[in-house]
Design a protein around this ligand. Structure first.
Ligand code: DMJ
Length: 517
C-alpha cells in the first residue's frame, strides 16, 4: 500500500459522492444517494449550505495534494464558492440548531477562509464575509438567558432564541460548550471581542453552580437548564450530548494557549479514568462506559461510536500535537505521569475502536456497542467473534461516521507507526466495498449510510451525511499525507482545520481568558 495510491483512491471516493450530489442534489442540505432525494433543513426551504460548506475544505486539501484530479478539484472549489456567494443567504425565517449550524457552517466557512488564504485558491473574503454574517446571527442565541447559556435553536432572521422542544427545555451540555473555537477564531480574525466574551460566559455558571470539579469530578450530565446553569438529569457519558464538552476544553487550550482549559480538561480526564473506564471480557479492550444515574449510580458498559474520537484527543493532549518521539524528551511530557497515562490510553482506545470495525462481517462499526462485563449476554444481541462486545438489533446502523478514522489519523501522525495506516486502509476498503451503490460502474458509483452493518450484504439506507465528505474522507485522506504537522492546526469538532492562533496577536487584541475558578 503506497500512501500516494491510497490518496488517489480516497480522492476517487470523494469525487464519486460529490459528482452524484452535484448532479442530483446540488445546493440542497440533505441528500439521499439511493433514490436521489433531497430537501433543505429550514422550514421555508431556503438552503443552509449544509453539504457544500461542510465539504469545501476537503476539496481544498485534496486540491492541494492531488496529482490526478487537481484541475477538477479547483473547478469544484470555484463552483462552490460561486454558489456560496450568489445563492447562500442566512437571512432565513426559520429556526436552526445553534450547535450544528456553528460547527458545520460557521466552522466550514472559517476553515475555507483559512485554507483559501494558505493555499491561494479561491476568494477568501467571500468566506469571511459569510462567516461574519452567520456569526452575528448565531451570537444572538447567547442572549437567551441571564446565565449566558444559549437555548438550543435560533431564528436566523429575527434573532429569536428557541428552547429545546424536548427534555424540559434543557440545552444539551455538549452543544453549548462546543461553540467556543469557532467564535474565538472569529474574534481573532475580526478583532471583535464580543464573540469571545459571549462564548466564554457559559463556563462560569456551569462550573460554579454545579460545583463541577468536586461534586462531579469534572464530568458533566448531558443536559443543562439555561436559566440556572444547573444540570438537568443525571446521565453522564462521552457519547452523544457529552462528547465535545471534553473535546473543546482541550482544543481551546491548543488553539488559544489558555491554560485554564488544559487544567479543566485534566480534571475531566481524571474523572473519566476513575468513573467510566473499564476493560471488556475476555480480551480486556479498554472502553469508556456510561453512568445513567450519576456518579453514585450503576455503570453501563454501552459505548457510542461517537466516543471513538477520544483516542485522538487523548494523544494530542498528551503530546500537545508533537510527535511522540519529540514530546517524550520534553519536560512537560517526561515529568508528567498523567500525560504518559493519556498516551497509553489513547493507543488502547484506538485499538478498541478499530476492533469495533475489524470484528463485524462488513468491517464497519455499528452506531453503539455494549461491552461484555462477563455476564452481559442478551437474547437477540449480536456478539463479536472475540466475545468482547454486543450489538442490539436497533444499533446495527452505520452513518459513515468519522471518529475512529479521526483517532487513527492522529495516532499515525503522532506515533509514525505504520499499523495505523494499515487500519485506515482496511476501513477505507470496507467503506468502498460495503457502503457503495452501483459500484461496478465508475460513472454511477456513490456511497451511502447503512441500516445494518452486521448482515452481509449490508443493508443500505437512503442518506449521505455531510460529515462523510466533511470529516470521514478528510481524516482518511490526511492519514495518507506525509509530514502533517499537528502543532500548527486544530480541527474543530466537524474536522474543519483552524490555524493555531498567535499568542502576541491574541494579547494585542485583548483576547484572553475572562474568568477563573
Ligand atoms: C459530527 O457532526 C461532529 O463530529 C460532532 O461533534 C459529533 N458527531 C458528528 C459525526 O459523527
Amino acid at each position: 500500500m503506497r500512501a500516494e495510491d491510497m490518496r488517489d483512491q480516497i480522492e476517487s471516493m470523494f469525487l464519486a459522492s460529490w459528482r452524484d450530489y452535484s448532479e442530483y442534489g446540488w445546493g440542497y442540505d440533505v441528500y439521499g444517494p439511493i433514490k436521489h432525494t433531497f430537501h433543505n433543513i429550514p422550514r421555508g426551504n431556503q438552503p443552509l449550505g449544509w453539504i457544500i460548506v461542510d465539504s469545501l475544505d476537503t476539496l481544498m486539501l485534496m486540491y492541494n495534494s492531488s496529482t490526478q484530479y487537481k484541475r477538477k478539484f479547483k473547478a469544484e472549489i470555484l463552483k462552490s464558492e460561486e454558489w456560496i456567494n450568489d445563492v447562500l443567504d442566512f437571512d432565513i425565517d426559520a429556526e436552526v440548531n445553534v450547535f450544528e449550524t456553528t460547527i458545520r457552517m460557521l466552522g466550514g466557512l472559517l476553515s475555507a477562509y483559512h485554507l483559501s488564504d494558505l493555499l491561494e485558491v479561491g476568494n477568501k473574503t467571500v468566506y469571511l464575509n459569510k462567516a461574519i454574517d452567520l456569526g452575528d446571527r448565531l451570537s444572538l442565541s447567547f442572549l437567551s438567558s441571564n446565565t449566558g447559556i444559549p437555548y438550543s435553536s435560533i431564528n436566523l432572521r429575527s434573532g429569536q432564541a428557541i428552547k429545546n422542544h424536548a427534555d424540559g427545555g434543557a440545552s444539551s451540555t455538549a452543544e453549548f460548550t462546543t461553540l467556543q473555537m469557532e467564535f474565538k477564531y472569529l474574534a481573532y480574525l475580526t478583532g471583535n471581542r464580543t464573540y469571545w466574551e459571549l462564548v466564554e460566559r457559559v463556563y462560569e455558571p456551569l462550573y460554579k453552580n454545579n460545583d463541577l470539579l468536586n461534586t462531579y469530578d469534572g464530568l458533566v450530565p448531558i443536559y443543562t437548564l439555561p436559566e440556572t446553569g444547573k444540570f438537568s438529569g443525571m446521565t453522564i457519558r462521552f457519547g452523544s450530548r457529552g462528547d465535545s464538552f471534553y473535546e473543546y476544553l482541550l482544543k481551546q487550550y491548543l488553539l488559544t494557549h489558555e491554560t485554564l482549559y488544559y487544567d479543566l480538561y485534566r480534571k475531566s480526564m481524571q474523572g473519566m479514568k476513575k468513573h467510566l473506564l473499564r476493560h471488556s471480557k475476555p480480551s480486556s479492550f479498554s472502553y469508556i462506559g456510561e453512568r445513567e444515574r450519576g456518579l453514585k449510580g450503576g455503570f453501563s458498559s454501552k459505548m457510542d461510536h461517537l466516543v471513538c474520537f477520544m483516542g485522538g484527543l487523548l494523544a494530542s493532549g498528551a503530546t500537545d500535537g508533537l510527535p511522540f518521539h519529540e514530546a517524550r524528551n520534553r519536560p512537560f511530557f517526561s515529568f508528567s505521569p498523567e500525560r504518559k497515562s493519556d498516551w497509553a490510553l489513547a493507543k488502547e482506545l484506538t485499538y478498541t475502536c478499530y476492533q469495533m470495525y475489524n470484528q463485524t462481517p462488513s468491517g464497519l462499526a455499528p452506531e453503539i456497542v455494549v461491552f461484555n462485563e462477563g455476564n452481559t449476554k442478551r437474547h437477540g444481541w449480536w456478539q463479536s467473534p472475540s466475545g468482547d462486545f454486543f450489538v442490539k438489533p436497533h444499533d446495527r446502523y452505520n452513518l459513515q461516521r468519522p471518529e475512529t478514522v479521526e483517532s487513527i489519523m492522529f495516532m499515525y501522525h503522532l506515533s509514525h507507526n505504520s499499523k495505523y495506516r494499515e487500519w485506515g486502509a482496511e476501513i477505507a476498503k470496507n467503506f468502498f466495498e460495503n457502503t457503495c451503490i452501483d459500484c461496478s460502474d465508475p460513472r454511477l458509483r456513490r456511497f451511502t449510510s447503512l441500516s445494518d452493518c452486521i448482515t452481509l450484504p449490508t443493508k443500505k439506507s437512503n442518506n449521505m451525511e455531510s460529515f462523510w465528505l466533511g470529516e470521514t474522507l478528510k481524516y482518511l485522506y490526511i492519514l495518507f499525507l506525509d509530514d502533517f504537522d499537528l502543532t500548527k492546526v486544530v480541527f474543530n469538532t466537524e474536522a474543519h482545520p483552524f490555524p493555531v492562533l498567535d499568542e502576541k496577536i491574541l494579547k494585542s487584541k485583548s483576547l484572553t481568558t475572562g474568568w477563573s475558578l
